[in-house]
Design a protein around this ligand. Sequence first.
Ligand SMILES: CC(C)(COP(=O)(O)OP(=O)(O)OC[C@H]1O[C@@H](n2cnc3c(N)ncnc32)[C@H](O)[C@@H]1OP(=O)(O)O)[C@@H](O)C(=O)NCCC(=O)NCCS
Length: 153
Amino acid sequence: MSALPHAGVSFRPMRIEDLDTVCAIEQRIYPFPWSRGNFVDSLIARYTCTVMELEGGIIGYGILTAAAGEAHLLNLSIDAPWQGRGHGRALLMHNIDLARGLGARLLLLEVRPSNEVARALYRDVGFEQITVRRGYYPDTNGREDALLLALAL
Ligand SMILES: CC(C)(COP(=O)(O)OP(=O)(O)OC[C@H]1O[C@@H](n2cnc3c(N)ncnc32)[C@H](O)[C@@H]1OP(=O)(O)O)[C@@H](O)C(=O)NCCC(=O)NCCS
């Protein structure tokens, strides 16, 4: 477990018992949330699933997978009341450290073009766009593209 003493925030591996809270956050913050099954599958597959806690409560989580020197950040989420206070940046930096620890030299992720907040964070941390995945995400009007971003570690 690592901690950011200045923010009172800590990280630990996600457990199956966390999924009621995690899924409630997921429902709150995404128009097209991951299902409980997506999280169960990530735990079963032994992806690096992390929760971020503040005062004993979960305020965010990340799902990371790594193989053959390449890591993929599949989910990065901060609960609605806690957004915009630096926690997303801290959670991202923690996942970057985890990816390095798993031997990755490249970190990939997808983001919706319409997600200005996440894009600004990723740009600021140094991610670069490598391609566009057409119609990757479900959307109210059909499908939305994904930007595939990469960060050299
Ligand atoms: C995207 C997300 C993880 C960012 O976490 P956060 O805690 O809200 O963001 P932070 O407070 O750490 O801010 C980090 C950077 O994001 C950007 N940002 C944050 N809030 C912003 C806003 N309202 N408008 C524009 N940019 C914003 C800024 O670049 C900010 O850096 P700065 O504070 O130095 O200016 C979080 O908002 C979230 O979970 N959103 C819903 C789920 C989601 O979209 N996940 C990402 C999917 S790819």
